[in-house]
Design a protein around this ligand. Sequence first.
Ligand code: NAD
Length: 445
Amino acid sequence: MKLTIIGSGPGGYETALKAAERGLEVTLISAGPLGGTCLNEGCIPTKALRRSAEVADLVADAAGYGIQATALGLDLAQIMARKEEIVTQLRGGIEFLLNKAKVSVLYGRASFVDSRTVRVSLNDGGETTVSSDAIFVATGSVSASLPIPGAELAVDSTAILSLQEIPRRLCVIGAGVIGLEFASIYRSFGSDVIVLEYCKEILPRFDTDLSKRLKQSLSKKGISIETSAAVQAIAKSPDGSLKVTYNKKDQPQEVEADKVLMAVGRRPALDSLNFADIGIETGRGVIVDENFQTNIPGIYAFGDIIGGYMLAHVATAQGLHALNHLTGQKDGIDFGIVPAAVFTSPEAATVGLSEDDCKERGIPVKCLKSNFRANGKALTMGETDGFIKVVVSEEDDKILGCHLFGPHASDLIHEMTALIARHTPLAEFRDIIHAHPTLSEALMA
Ligand code: NAD
């Protein structure tokens, strides 16, 4: 069977590898470098910067650990070079794997000719057509902006990954995942950071308790956060600085900054392909059924291009499910149980239902709350700021959700993800021995 995959992010390239493993003849078409947004301008470069930010924090706090460090010196060029090296290394790894799996890679921009054929305008000139039995679309998303005067003066999440100097004052519009991750990074690099969020809480889609406490924790680190703030305009002052005006409780306010980051969400890249020309239905994103098949049989779409959870690991899982459907294989992936992590400092993570979700759905729950400051390992690490909330069904004791922030929250969440995915009652979890001293013990508190 011949399969064409358009887009080489974690949805496209991972699915290409699995399809090739199963004996399909795969062509992968990539307009940009292999790895998509995640590798080139998202998850990976951000985490590389975040690691440098953590090291900066540790050096600044060294005296508290009994270590006399010399004064903090940040070499942004070196930090950026390290980030680029990591990205290049991983990109090389994907290229190697695709080669080994005999996936044919075409670098260029695809467009539909009909429901089984795409034309590719190759990046190095020329054109080719590819015909196959099925087509998978995983062309991702683009940054959204606000329709406000001066929006073009702000940088997006791609541009802020490659700043030449650390802004003295950074204003972040949007306290979602991207906004808070960059707020944390640049605060650790020494910027004065203010975050303006339209909703009442930061991370509006997360459990409210978690959002409130994480806000306190980030504020303690010196990040100033204004919620219920509706940004109205960005303007350039004669001295080159930027002025952001916003309304809070109907009162006009303003803040000055050297850089403004626009982080108000992403939207499916609907102009990445000529969907309408062959009748593929779109709404906010490409419309698909439960198997990620579009209204045209044999054409599937997954990842950011369909909207919903815009997460790399979700795109990978959706691609696998689409492949399983195409090749007649069954799987047990539960797309309702998706762990998500926010790489702030400290990091936050969430999975399953929040207390608010349960209230909305009329599910009676009890919530168990604990703090990292009572955990021996966290204390020895000097990272006691953090909170865990486990949502448990009153009816049958099953664990329904877990919401936490603190050291290694992005790793800790997976134990709870496994338990929730296997519908485990709290009592059974409590029977599982956990090693001491570990952060995982905090989950049992
Ligand atoms: P988001 O949807 O997470 O957050 C956008 C924020 O902007 C929201 O809090 C929203 O209320 C706020 N906002 C909207 N309009 C505003 C206005 N006028 N003024 C002030 N605030 C306003 O979007 P994002 O942070 O841009 O991230 C985009 C996507 O990428 C998300 O789906 C996210 O999950 C994903 N992502 C994930 C990770 C990760 O998993 N660690 C990292 C980065 C991005």
